[in-house]
Design a binder for this molecule. Structure first.
Ligand code: ATP
Ligand code: MG
Length: 314
């Protein structure tokens, strides 16, 4: 029989410690703040845990348009006009549904929603109850848990999370994973078997995280996109040296966030990284011609013997 953690590992690469901690928190009714840059598996981990624990997951995107009524629910105005404030005319929001069904309320980018919306969560988190005028008292069932996430690099258009909220929550950070784990993620997500293309894409994405002109680098999503683009080009016979570099620009440039000091475009910075890893690490993905290698091996990969990952962050 496979263990629960084995079931989760079949979907999530790595993250064993973090998964064990989150499962423990959900099982004992502790609320969680997951802090991590985009693409660091926050949603994947939570979705998989909810599935494994067999509890419903309600996902809400935190933004300035979110209101307490959107979160808790509201009375249908037409039905109230025709009839009355009967509880059956109450349209439940994700908070009420999560409480009644003993599910997880997952609020992504929690620090982007207005403070008064965050405050509505305090009583359900603390008392496991919520009083909704004319609807009645909602009592949290089973494993009701609030999970909030935030990106530590996000500082524009965000609000400071209140001490009252932080005092009622347990915090866990999910940072970028190791190179080997990112390679495994890319392989699972794209189905590619081209190890050289995957290594190039993962190295390139990882390099963006330590470039001095980049405030927030690209996640494994960039490597997934680059490999998917490369594989798609291959299928259509479009994989040339220029095209694969264009694919790198496409996959990476939207995902890097330059510092205020930089006067370059994201494309220029990504281009310079493509050049840099080619020159410094002798690492590039270069399709070579049939004449050079024979028709059976059309694509090759140029990698120097001394590739070092010492300067890579993790
Ligand atoms: N550890 C992992 N195991 C399996 N897939 C992963 C892992 N990490 C990332 N991925 C894949 O990378 C992509 C991004 O992951 P995910 O959506 O979970 O990140 P996130 O932290 O929720 O990002 P965001 O902050 O942007 O919402 C998805 O395609 C996901 O399948
Ligand atoms: Mg997510």
């Amino acid at each position: 029989m496979t263990s629960p953690l084995e079931t989760i590992s079949a979907v999530v690469v790595g993250r064993e410690k973090e998964i064990a901690a989150i499962v423990a928190a959900v099982n004992c009714g502790r609320h969680i703040l997951i802090e991590g840059p985009p693409g660091t598996s926050k949603s994947t981990v939570l979705r998989t845990i909810a599935k494994y624990l067999d509890i419903p997951l309600f996902i809400v995107e935190g933004n300035m348009d979110l209101t307490p009524a959107k979160l808790a629910g509201h009375f249908n105005p037409g039905k109230v006009m025709q009839d009355s404030y009967d509880p059956k005319h109450f349209e439940k929001g994700p908070l009420t549904m999560a409480m009644e069904q003993g599910g997880i309320l997952y609020i992504e980018e929690f620090n982007r929603m207005p403070a008064d919306v965050a405050n509505i969560l305090i009583t359900p988190m603390e008392e496991r109850e919520l009083n909704i005028p004319r609807y009645g008292k909602v009592v949290a069932q089973g494993k009701f848990t609030v999970v909030a996430s935030q990106n530590p690099y996000d500082d524009v258009g965000t609000v400071r999370i209140s001490r009252a909220f932080m005092d009622r929550i347990c915090r866990i950070t999910l940072d970028y994973q190791s190179e080997a784990e990112e390679l495994e993620i890319v392989s699972r997500r794209t189905g590619s078997t081209d190890e050289k293309l995957m290594l190039w894409a993962v190295k390139l994405a990882r390099r963006t995280r330590e470039h001095e002109e980049i405030k927030m680098g690209a996640s494994v999503r960039a490597a997934i996109d680059l490999v998917a683009l490369g594989e798609s080009m291959k299928k259509n016979g479009l994989l040339t040296a220029e095209n694969v570099e264009q694919a790198a620009l496409m996959a990476l440039s939207s995902k890097v966030w330059l510092t205020e000091m930089s006067n370059k475009t994201p494309e220029q910075v990504v281009s310079s990284l493509v050049k840099e890893i080619k020159e410094k690490e002798n690492l590039s993905y270069v399709p070579v011609t049939d004449a050079e290698v024979g028709a059976e091996e059309k694509k090759t990969f140029h990698q120097g013997p001394e590739i070092s990952s010492n300067n890579l962050r993790r």
